[in-house]
Ligand binder design. Structure first.
Ligand code: ADP
Ligand code: MG
Length: 205
């Protein structure tokens, strides 16, 4: 992973969030406040502008700038959570101009730790953690096969984790206010996390 690939990944996330904004908003309408697609689309539009206005030597710089922009531009729970994840990932990559799959996996794990620390959610609470945690585990397991294979495995695990949120009752975030009525709906944040890992798999392929 180098600066160009980090940029390609973030651009792919932005494109995916833009094309799936309606889906994310519909999922959030069922168990939240109908703004998840709007929030992320606003955030990643600002990220594209921020990345276009500067040049970056390392993947870490690209991802730290992505995170910082998300934190400052997105209201709602998801902005600070995704922002912290990208920032922690970028920081973990350090100042290397190229990082291998194992180092990138460690960075993804640092991002997950940041989300869990900030949001306090554990696996099974029906949040983005339910897609992110299995994705990181699958990435780490496949890291020896290279970035593209690890990213593909991570995206597949994220999809499974996302689908597994449907029968869960939410214990964190806005959806938790619904109690048992949150059961039977797929979590919006787990869905956007799947998009993030699909974009990584596509960019790395
Ligand atoms: P808001 O809930 O403020 O309207 P969004 O709609 O943008 O923010 O994002 C909602 C998503 O954020 C949820 O579907 C869930 O996946 C995620 N989320 C909410 N709270 C937490 C938390 N404490 N930890 C992890 N993820 C969370
Ligand atoms: Mg919302």
């Amino acid at each position: 992973m180098d600066a160009a690939l980090a940029r390609a990944w973030v651009s792919a996330v932005a494109a995916s969030v833009a094309s799936q904004a309606e889906l994310l908003t519909q999922l959030d309408a069922a168990i939240g406040d109908s703004d998840h697609g709007v929030n992320l689309n606003r955030g990643f539009t600002a990220v594209l502008a921020a990345l276009d206005s500067a040049s970056f030597e390392t993947p870490g710089e690209v991802l730290v700038r992505t995170g910082t922009t998300l934190v400052s531009k997105v209201g709602g729970a998801s902005g600070p959570l995704y922002g912290s994840a990208f920032r922690a990932l970028g920081k973990a990559l350090g100042s290397s101009s190229t990082v291998d799959a194992a180092a990138f996996g460690a960075g993804l794990r640092a991002g997950l730790d940041a989300v869990r620390k900030l949001g306090g959610a554990a696996p099974g609470d029906k949040t983005m953690v339910d897609a992110y945690e299995p994705a990181v585990a699958a990435f780490e397991k496949a890291a020896g096969d290279g970035l593209a294979a690890a990213a593909r495995a991570a995206a597949d695990a994220a999809a499974e984790g996302m689908r597994a949120t449907t029968p869960l009752q939410a214990r964190k975030g806005r959806a938790s206010y619904l109690g048992e009525r949150s059961v039977g709906h797929q979590d919006p944040g787990a869905t956007s996390t799947w998009l993030v890992f699909e974009a990584l798999a596509a960019a790395a392929a």
